[in-house]
Design a protein around this ligand. Sequence first.
Ligand code: NAP
Length: 247
Amino acid sequence: MGALDGQVAVVTGASRGIGRACAIELARQGANIVVNYTSNAEAAESCKAAIEAEGVQALVVQADVSKPEDAQKLIGAAEEQFGKVDILVNNAGINRDKTVQRMSVEEWQAVIETDLSSMFYCTNAVVGGMRERNYGRIVNMSSIIGQMGNLGQANYAAAKAGMIAFSKSAAKELARFNITVNAVCPGFVATDMVEALDDKIKEALIAQIPLGRFGTVEEVASTVRFLCTEGSFYTGAQMSLNGGQYM
Ligand code: NAP
């Protein structure tokens, strides 16, 4: 018996990295999973196979969640296939790092739309059903950068700080419907996003982390699992897991 037997979870950006690990961890607890991706169909299919190996069902849905109509399509497909959504993990994200002076309007907007607006679009689409059933767990993948800011990441920091403030507001609105909304704020985690950084930058970053290493996707996924299983008194919280880089 898994803690999430019979539940349904939608994970945005589940084809790779942190989202994939969250999807597999929630599947391990017994939830059926909707795997969202935008362009990497092969990676999404690989995640689906890993989920099915846990003995639950997976549905792959291509949707660019930075577009409101695609977010509606994603939640609609989940509800059509499984009849409900109990858990929404707003994880899809990108970065387009530049100094404020060099950043283009397109780079600003791409990050705000993909990392911040997508969370509103998906949450807006899912909460009606959660309210009717008087149950929901919404987990928003923010970042240490939303808490402390960072050189060259003003767009990303603004989006991730916005996710924290949104989570607190939605938590207050939705608590009476037994829907919790929390932000997870990982520090640097070894995924494609971080591996793409220059080696010198990676070394400098590790030097700032008291535990002396990047986090793993499994460590983030176990925090998400906690919020969806035993963490029923957490709402509006910022779950900081960052190796001590920001306290
Ligand atoms: P990643 O390895 O680059 O994977 C990003 C995922 O998001 C992929 O599945 C990608 O799909 C999907 N995606 C991107 N744009 C999308 C869109 N418009 N619609 C739907 N899906 C989209 O990233 P990651 O490092 O795992 O990061 C995941 C989340 O954690 C992000 O929100 C990131 O900001 C946050 N985070 C990461 C770190 C870190 O150190 N890695 C730290 C703190 C927070 P495709 O495969 O189709 O491209």
